[in-house]
Design a protein. Structure first.
Length: 179
């Protein structure tokens, strides 16, 4: 099997995996009986920030799953996956705040479509970088550091969110896990 074809297959499977698991993570906190440890990795309210976790954590899990099978087929695994994941978590608020500034309200179907499109675009970015981009130096360490910082931020801000609009639950008006 050609290297690019094998990588493409992994990225397509990863897209479905991230969408499925991210969708499930929308409900796991409530289904767990509001366990704090589950809330660290699942959406605990309807804020934009909490919905970013639905893309981040499944992407990170997929990165770990595909690492061994395709790491040696690329020379930029962590850099590509980090940029793809950051693309996902950047697109979600960009699209959300753009369309709600026009409509004045959140529209459920657009929110779901935004999540799906963000995951697809992020996976396309990862695949494209796998195939075309070579990084130099210790960029893999920088990429890993970015993922670690993001992971820590998602956990910390679940329990101690700043009082900024991106962290506010539009349903309850609260912030974080206490919502």
């Amino acid at each position: 099997m050609l290297t690019s074809k094998k990588v493409l297959i992994y990225e397509i499977i990863g897209t479905a995996f991230i969408i499925f698991l991210g969708s499930a993570f929308h409900f796991t906190y409530e289904l767990s009986g509001r366990l704090a440890v589950v809330g660290a990795f699942s959406a605990v309210n309807e804020s934009v920030w909490e919905h970013l976790k639905l893309a981040f954590w499944p992407s990170l899990i997929w990165l770990l799953i595909e690492y061994l099978p395709i790491k040696k087929l690329t020379n930029n695994f962590f850099e590509s996956k980090t940029i793809g994941t950051c693309t996902m978590i950047a697109l979600i608020p960009i699209v959300f705040y753009s369309y709600t500034s026009i409509t004045g309200e959140s529209i459920f179907t657009i929110d779901i479509a935004t999540f799906i499109v963000a995951v697809v675009v992020g996976q396309i970015v990862s695949y494209t970088l796998f195939m075309k981009k070579q990084f130099s130096g210790n960029t893999d360490k920088i990429a890993l550091a970015i993922l670690i910082v993001l992971g820590i931020a998602f956990i910390v801000f679940t329990f101690y969110p700043p009082h900024l609009p991106i962290f506010q639950d539009p349903v309850s008006g609260g912030y974080g896990i206490a919502t």
